[in-house]
Design a protein around this ligand. Structure first.
Ligand SMILES: Nc1ncnc2c1ncn2[C@@H]1O[C@H](COP(=O)(O)OP(=O)(O)OP(=O)(O)O)[C@@H](O)[C@H]1O
Ligand SMILES: [Mg+2]
Length: 425
């Protein structure tokens, strides 16, 4: 047509080309797929949205029935965000499906299994972040170890710790730390040290909390000690009871702990997830490490146990301080209410997790879940009516106060990476 070239900004050209109009959440961030309403590309970046105050935290809850592409979404997001320098941590991969993604990013998944040489020490302190002095760091490490030991014992016991037991744990941990400092061995404590100190407390430890003898303290703390012992001599022995064999690669684009070889009862799996996530905490807790995504795939397994929900909640609360975005993958929102009796602290904590996720992505839900999902997320009738029939890969995104229905699109390479159906074929 021999017309001169004409340039204009998208602000002016949108009248001619509506598809270049910014819809969704803007144009900066990682590509997710297509918004079904406008047909426009949908991009998402929790850190950017936080900075623009579109959301109040960077945490994500991802809920949906089996096999609708929840893990696929989490994996592709991690894969795509890696291009933006975001590192991803998967503290526990109970189905062993994250390995290919890690490998595609040049990282090696850490595989834990009985009889394998791999071992991780959940008491590892990690790398001291720059800007934190040694005493502060020591206190932080101690606090983290306490919260881990407490979660492990409470989960094993199936009840909160009694005050004596809790104090016995503090004392045992301090004795272990002390004896190492004295000997100047500076070896990182391992779980057997703690179990030993808990089983054989000294008279001095007992006196510190007004108990007459070490033997009496031992008797009072025995149940807690025996639960921890499970990780040292019981069915979970050989995984978390020695020094770490494969140090955490702080700078890898992705770190995955593959726990799929360890099928067992839910409590065992939850204990594993706890140890693995405590171990990774060493890397996650460093605020100078940049933007990181922490994915709890199959998080509903952890959420069944109040002690673990408490730990997760602490991570959720700290996400801003650490610069991380936590992703919890569950089946349905009622998983959050299944951690205890209706009015219990555990349920309140789990519901609190939902409140601390500014982004909620809902994939297909069973019809019996509709009313409660709609009320918990404040869905409109139209949104709720979509939920039972959402096809694979399509989800309702509630980002802050806005809603989008998005088709998650994958490139052929990504489709291969996230395929979990190959064994069925
Ligand atoms: N966006 C998509 N488009 C087409 N197929 C998809 C999409 N996302 C996932 N799939 C396919 O659906 C299958 C199930 O996906 P995925 O394992 O991610 O589901 P899930 O929701 O995590 O399931 P589960 O609850 O069992 O863990 C995979 O084989 C994957 O290839
Ligand atoms: Mg999955």
């Amino acid at each position: 047509m021999q017309l001169p070239v004409h340039r204009a900004t998208t602000a002016n050209l949108q009248a001619l080309y509506p598809f270049v109009v910014e819809t969704g959440l803007g144009s900066e961030g990682c590509y997710v797929g297509r918004e079904t309403g406008s047909g426009a590309s949908f991009v998402y970046d929790p850190w950017r949205l936080y900075n623009t105050q579109a959301i109040t935290n960077a945490n994500i809850l991802l809920a949906g029935v089996l096999g609708r592409g929840k893990s696929a979404l989490a994996k592709t997001m991690a894969f795509r965000l890696a291009a933006f320098g975001v590192r991803t941590y998967v503290p526990s991969d109970p189905k062993g499906e994250w390995g290919p993604v890690a490998e595609a990013l040049g990282a090696r998944p850490l595989v834990l299994g009985r009889g394998m040489a791999t071992r991780i020490n959940p008491l590892d302190p990690g790398r001291r972040p720059s800007g934190i002095d040694e005493p502060t760091w020591d206190r932080e490490v101690r606090a983290r170890r306490i919260s881990l030991l407490q979660a492990l014992t409470e989960t094993g016991l199936g009840r909160p710790l009694r005050p004596v037991e809790r104090n016995a744990l503090y004392l045992a941990l301090d004795r272990v730390a002390q004896s190492e400092a004295d000997l100047e061995r500076r070896r990182t404590p391992v779980l057997p040290d703690v179990v030993d100190a808990l089983m054989n407390p000294t008279a001095e430890m007992a006196r510190a909390i007004g108990i007459r003898s070490g033997a009496e303290l031992a008797a009072q703390a025995r149940d807690a000690a025996l639960e921890l012992r499970r990780l040292v001599v019981g069915d979970l022995a050989g995984l978390f009871d020695g020094p770490t064999t494969h140090p955490l690669e702080f700078d890898a684009a992705m770190q995955v702990v593959d726990t799929s070889r360890l099928a067992g009862d839910d409590t065992a799996v939850a204990l594993l997830m706890t140890c693995a996530s405590a171990w990774m905490e060493a890397a996650i807790a460093d605020p100078s490490s940049g933007r990181r995504l922490v994915v709890y795939d199959e998080a509903w397994r952890m959420m069944r146990l109040p002690a673990l929900v408490r730990r997760m909640q602490a991570h959720w609360k700290l996400s801003r301080a650490w610069g991380i975005s936590n992703v919890a993958v569950i089946h349905r929102l009622s998983d959050l209410g299944a951690v205890g009796d209706a009015n219990s602290e555990a349920v309140a904590l789990a519901r609190g997790l939902l409140a601390d996720c500014s982004t909620r992505i809902v994939y297909a839900q069973e019809t019996d879940q509709l009313a409660s999902t709609a009320s918990q997320l404040g869905l409109t009738d139209v949104e709720a009516s979509l939920l039972p029939n959402l096809p694979i890969g399509r989800g309702l995104w509630k980002v802050g106060r806005r809603s989008f229905v998005v088709d998650h699109l994958r490139s052929p390479e990504e489709a291969d990476l996230v395929d979990t159906d190959m064994r069925m074929r």
